[in-house]
Design a protein around this ligand. Structure first.
Ligand code: FAD
Length: 478
């Protein structure tokens, strides 16, 4: 007899392989049996057969999303992590430049330089950056301790926790992209296949090697689902093909040396997009057709429109997310940010992000604390040396491998497209007091510009205690 009682339970990873769990779920599409009975009928070999036929053969690829892996990746360069973390539907946690410190030899000599004549000057520059970083931690840390002395009864760790952002946030600008870090990755087999293709087609040898190792490691758990992930000719050849196609447009093949312009500039938006979100809400809550709803919104008085907007936005609690209707409004920004900030911003997966190359052509930021700690000359010297080494490496190896030597303080261009719902999340989280100053400036600037062009729904980006970005910028940076 069919059992109609409700059941909610886990298919446990400890009992079943990821590929078997995926098939047990996939079978519900055709079989009336409960999931645990589906699973009991399966073996790893039968699951592999199913995946070969349905996922690989017929392209029912979403089944692979039910096979989830937790992959630990240790001691890879932060430059390689950029590619590892470039996937939207994946969860990451990485070693933080805000909460941890790097020791002197903790950097990679990548295959492009290892064993050749470039290795010595490259290693010397990275070591000099890390030695300067260690001295900066001492010097700027000493200043932070003097400025914010230990409170009565405060433990060492509490005191350190209270002041560390003052100096660790500053000293991180000296860390080159070659420094080693760990990243924990939770990923489903479908996303992993895509990520592996990118890694195996990447211009950096380190990333290709990591891709091969991750594939090898993953095969133990998902032998069928990532088996066919290989280097992809389209991805591999695209950068060069695009550069060639762009030559007639007058863009030089080498990176341009444009001066950086602002932190975050709103480049593109649709002035009437607020109406689209309100009209969509009319479809959801009033049952109108979209054209009918759009007409009603268009014909509404400004007071009526205000009421609609208030109804959508008011009452949001601190941990609430606004409704999806805000996703119908999008913004494109051009941002110029330091590499340290880029590393944090890139984690916002819901945005569409296009980073420019990491290099030394756009200049670097200078935090005030370096000046106040008497560390400015040392900072400028080593940043200049890194730029010289970057240019020498770029001549010899091209821009990709040269980027290993670029410190976090150098500026980088980025295109960011986001909808209002993501803008709300990004601006709120990243303008908060605990966020890094560089990222707070970006978030506050984005919020201000959106409010200006879309005052009705953009008002969601205004909350109590928001500082002025200009004051924040000039208090942190020189
Ligand atoms: C105080 C602080 C400390 C941090 N420390 C570290 C650190 O030490 N190491 C480190 O690696 N990172 C750290 N981060 C970065 C953090 O883990 C996030 O990766 C980053 O803030 C991006 O935020 P998000 O995932 O909420 O945003 P987005 O990726 O922009 O996503 C927006 C929203 O979409 C939803 N969403 C997106 N993807 C998923 C998903 N897969 N599952 C469920 N919901 C999803 C969530 O609601 C999310 O808030 C820190 C962040 C903060 C604020």
């Amino acid at each position: 007899m069919t059992d109609f009682s409700r059941r909610v339970y886990l298919l446990r990873e400890r009992d079943l392989s990821p590929e078997t769990i995926a098939v047990a779920f996939a079978k519900t599409s055709r079989s009336p049996e409960p999931f645990d009975r589906n699973a009991a009928d399966l073996s790893d070999a039968r699951s592999a057969e199913f995946h070969e036929k349905w996922v690989v053969g017929y392209g029912h690829a979403s089944v692979a999303e039910h096979a989830v892996l937790h992959i630990a990746v240790e001691n890879v360069s932060r430059l390689a992590i950029e590619c590892l973390e470039s996937n939207r539907l994946v969860s990451y946690t990485e070693k933080s430049t805000r909460y941890q410190k790097w020791s002197s030899g903790a950097f990679l000599a990548p295959p492009e330089v290892a064993g050749g004549e470039l290795e010595k000057p490259y290693g010397e520059t990275c070591r000099q950056l890390l030695d300067t970083y260690a001295r900066a931690l001492e010097t700027v840390g000493g200043l932070a301790r003097a400025r914010f002395p230990r409170r009565e009864g405060e433990s060492d760790s509490r005191w350190e926790g209270r002041i560390r952002s003052c100096y660790v946030d500053v000293c991180r600008y000296l860390l080159p992209a070659s420094v080693l870090a760990n990243v924990g990755i939770t990923i489903n087999a479908r996303a992993l296949e895509h990520a592996l293709r990118k890694m195996l087609s990447h211009p950096l040898a380190e990333v290709r090697v990591i891709g091969a190792e991750i594939k090898q490691t993953a095969l133990a758990e998902v032998p069928t689902l990532v088996k066919y992930a290989e280097e992809n000719g389209y991805l591999r050849d695209l950068p060069e093909k695009f550069r060639r196609a762009s030559a007639p447009l007058g863009i030089p093949p080498a990176p341009r040396e444009d001066p950086p312009r602002g932190w975050m500039r709103l480049i593109d938006y649709e002035p009437g997009a607020e109406d689209r979100a309100l009209a969509a809400a009319g479809v959801r809550f009033c049952g109108w057709g979209l054209e009918e709803s759009a007409r009603r919104v268009r014909d509404a008085s400004s007071e009526e429109r205000r009421l609609l907007a208030d109804a959508l936005l008011e009452g949001l609690g601190d941990h609430d997310q606004p409704l999806r209707e805000l996703e119908h409004i999008t913004y494109t920004f051009e941002a110029v940010m330091d590499q340290g900030a880029y590393f944090e911003v890139k984690r916002h997966r819901m945005m569409s992000q296009t980073p420019g190359p990491l290099g030394c052509d756009q200049g670097y930021v200078t935090p005030r604390w370096f000046e106040e700690a008497g560390f400015l000359d040392e900072y400028n010297n080593v940043m200049g040396r890194a730029a010289d080494e970057y240019r020498a490496l770029r001549m010899a190896l091209g821009p990709n491998a040269a980027a290993y030597v670029v410190p976090n303080g150098y500026l980088r261009r980025m295109v960011l497209s986001m909808n209002l719902r993501e803008a709300f999340h990004f601006c709120k989280l990243r303008s908060s007091e605990g966020a890094h100053a560089a990222v707070r400036v970006l978030a506050l600037q984005a919020a201000g510009q959106i409010r200006l062009v879309h005052p009705l729904l953009g008002s969601i980006l205004q909350w109590d205690g928001q500082p002025d970005w200009k004051e924040l910028e000039s208090s942190f940076f020189r």
